[in-house]
Design a protein around this ligand. Structure first.
Ligand code: ATP
Ligand code: MG
Length: 399
């Protein structure tokens, strides 16, 4: 079966297109789907977010669209991705921390062996240190011995902490390795590079300029379940190529003032593309991003967008989450940066929603609980009252 080709578009800047492309892509791959992530943005944020250095990529989507090189030559399987300079520096920092721990460990080991020598000496002299010390209440040697003992004790505990740290680190590393290997062969990237900056202008003079990407994808689209395309914040020819090649469009909308601003223009563009270039283009869904449930604004924007786009809005809402902001500077998708973060969990949930896995319906009692009416929830649990009214799931607070 042909891939579902999803264009992630919004001409407004910073609405979460790249964050969604990278993290939805990896979540789909982790769910066992074969995924190709295409970076169509000259900024190359998806490329660097996946750990590639766009300045060093010899072949990119530019060569595919403008020079028409065979697309397979520019596609990279994810585990082959080399870290970017930025993440190299971070890795170097992590390594130097590790080296510090190791050298602490060595010091600890030396101290241990010193202690053993001291113990041997003590026993060979047949001196009972404790009784000796109690016999010498005012002897300054007692203080020295006590100091030595307490130093030894703290070094011992340092050593234990070091060992614990090491075993934790080993666990984390082996876990990451096994997670990475789960993705082997399932996730590929078609990177952007600096050349793409000129592509918008170069495309103007090209024959069949709107269809270049669609044509390039033809020979490989059966090899994937999902092709996810990150687009630049404009409605230029790169975005038009993406919309022409796509089977559907996913629109990330940030929960902020004027969230709907610009969406009329985007809808007009979609209509134009349908009329002239790609009649089968569907709206995959509208994704609410960067929700901050502490503010009333977020609630208002969610209500407004749901009212406008109705069931086209995903049930999953991506909350504002600092881990999602941090992950790109490590060149890692959130799944490999912090898989237990709320950001990672929500992108997994979105992947499930797109694949079509229905989440378990929360019980009435739980739904009421999340809305804070504990007494009623308790009564429902205790079967002292029966509720037949359906409670909307969408008002749930995200934690
Ligand atoms: P552009 O239009 O420039 O391509 P974009 O639409 O691709 O931007 P992103 O780059 O994904 O948007 O996000 C903009 C900024 O917001 C980035 O710094 C990103 O790390 C941050 N961000 C995105 N989603 C979240 C989130 N859910 N929580 C916190 N920060 C986020
Ligand atoms: Mg982007």
């Amino acid at each position: 079966m042909s891939a579902k080709i999803i264009a992630i578009c919004n001409q407004k800047g910073g609405t979460g297109k790249t964050t969604t492309a990278v993290n939805l892509g990896t979540a789909l791959a982790a769910a066992g789907k074969r995924v190709l992530l295409i970076d169509l943005d000259p900024q190359g944020n998806s490329t660097s977010g996946m750990g590639l250095d766009k300045a060093k990529e010899a072949r990119s989507i530019y060569n595919v669209i403008i020079e028409e090189i065979p697309i397979r030559q520019a596609i990279k399987p994810y585990p082959e991705v080399q870290p970017t300079k930025d993440s190299e520096e971070k890795t170097a920092r992590e390594m130097s921390n590790l080296e510090n721990v190791m050298s602490n460990l060595e010091t600890g080991e030396k101290l241990m062996s010193n202690q053993k020598t001291a113990e041997k000496l003590t026993s060979s002299l047949d001196i009972d240190l404790a009784s000796e010390m109690s016999n010498l209440p005012k002897n300054s040697k007692k203080k020295d011995a006590e100091k030595l003992m307490s130093n030894l004790k703290s070094e011992m505990s340092n050593l234990e902490t070091g060992e614990k740290l090491m075993s934790n680190l080993e666990n984390v590393m082996s876990k990451q390795k096994s997670e990475m290997s789960n993705l082997i062969g399932k996730m590929s990237i078609l990177p952007s590079n600096v050349d793409l900056t000129g592509a918008e202008i170069e495309l103007v003079a090209v024959m069949g300029r709107e269809y270049r990407l669609k044509k390039a994808l033809e020979p490989i689209k059966d090899e994937y379940d999902f092709i996810i395309m990150d687009s630049p914040p404009s409605l230029g020819l790169l975005t038009i190529n993406s919309l022409t090649a796509a089977t559907s469009i996913l629109i990330p909308v940030q929960c902020e003032y004027y969230a709907l601003e610009g969406l009329t223009q985007l809808m007009n563009t979609i209509a134009l593309v349908r009329d002239n270039l790609n009649p089968a283009l569907e709206i995959e869904g509208v994704l609410l991003t960067m929700a901050d449930y502490r503010t009333r604004l977020t609630q208002e924007v969610i209500a407004e967008v749901r009212q406008h786009f109705k069931d086209k809005v995903y049930r999953t809402v991506i909350p504002r989450n600092i881990r999602l902001t941090e992950a790109p500077s490590y060149g890692k998708p959130i799944l490999f940066y912090d898989k237990d973060s709320i950001g990672a969990r929500k992108y997994n949930e979105l992947a499930e929603e797109i694949i079509g896995v229905e989440p378990a319906e929360p019980s009435f009692a739980n739904r009421i609980k999340t809305q804070g009416t504990k007494k009623i929830a308790q009564a429902v649990e205790e079967n002292t009252i029966v509720i037949s009214e359906k409670i909307p799931v969408e008002n749930q607070q995200e934690k």
